[in-house]
Design a binder for this molecule. Structure first.
Ligand SMILES: C[S@@+](CC[C@H](N)C(=O)[O-])C[C@H]1O[C@@H](n2cnc3c(N)ncnc32)[C@H](O)[C@@H]1O
Length: 245
């Protein structure tokens, strides 16, 4: 029988010093619970990846999941790739995440081949790609290195290929920013996180998760070469963008 995911209580007790957030073993252990209770719209977003795969995956190509964590997006892509003759590649630089995602992929019965790579997405060769998914990972890449990564993705995509970029965003206007932050915190509280947990996690993510505005993302995608760009999904201050080459 499948065990329920371990509950995230990493920030439940008062901490004397809050260290910077890292995707280590303790986070990997509870990540399935953490991401679902923290990212509004996460399940819906994942449930649309098979639809995107059906539209954009091309036979004989590679489909990448960059920042694959426990393999949730990788598996959603795999389920959209039935009989499509594509190769799915999940990449994450956290050994603990890769180790656990290996078990998750092994327990899954879909047939599309999946390779998992433990490494830095910035050092990765992206080639012969028809779909590239980067869910909530660009936000952890240093700002000045983001354009190079997007250019590499654009270069690695075949014409007609799709890039799905999901991010926590900043709203341009302060009032809207405050408004969406309140709703996001309301979402976390509704999922059982306390005020202490919310504020300690926020401190841990400061200077680690660097969110940008929707306009910043669109501009950078254009600079990288994409000219078909649309926000296909938004839940509070979490947005997913589809860019087609
Ligand atoms: C918020 S999680 C991504 C969630 C995941 N995409 C999903 O759909 O469940 C960010 C992941 O990116 C990974 N990561 C951050 N920087 C990375 C880098 N430079 N190279 C590879 N992986 C990276 C982290 O280890 C972490 O697992």
């Amino acid at each position: 029988m499948k065990r329920p995911p371990a509950q995230d209580s990493i920030y439940a007790q008062p901490l004397e010093a809050i260290s910077q957030f890292v995707f280590d073993e303790s986070v990997a252990q509870v990540f399935q619970d953490m991401v679902r209770r923290s990212v509004p719209g996460y399940n819906t977003l994942l449930s649309m990846l098979p639809v995107i795969m059906q539209q954009y995956a091309q036979p004989g190509t590679n489909c990448y999941d960059l920042g694959s964590s426990l393999g949730a997006s990788t598996l959603a892509m795999r389920h959209g790739a039935k009989d499509m003759n594509v190769h799915i590649i999940g990449v994450d630089n956290s050994p603990a995440m890769i180790e656990k995602s290996r078990q998750n992929i092994a327990a899954d019965t879909a047939s599309a081949p999946v390779d998992l790579i433990c490494g830095d997405i910035q050092q990765l060769d992206i080639e012969n790609a028809s779909v590239v998914v980067m869910n909530f990972t660009l936000q952890f890449i240093p700002l000045e290195q983001r354009l190079d990564l997007l250019e590499k993705i654009y270069q690695g995509l075949k014409p007609g290929g799709a890039f799905v970029l999901s991010e926590k965003i900043l709203l341009e206007n302060n009032k809207q920013q405050e408004w969406m932050t309140q709703l996001h915190h309301g979402f976390k509280k509704a999922n059982g996180y306390s005020e202490l947990e919310i504020s300690q996690k926020r401190s841990a993510l400061e200077n680690v998760l660097l969110a940008e505005t929707r306009e910043d993302h669109h501009q950078r995608l254009q600079q990288a070469g994409f000219n078909k760009i649309i926000d296909w999904y938004q839940c509070f201050n979490f947005v997913s963008i589809l860019a087609v080459k």
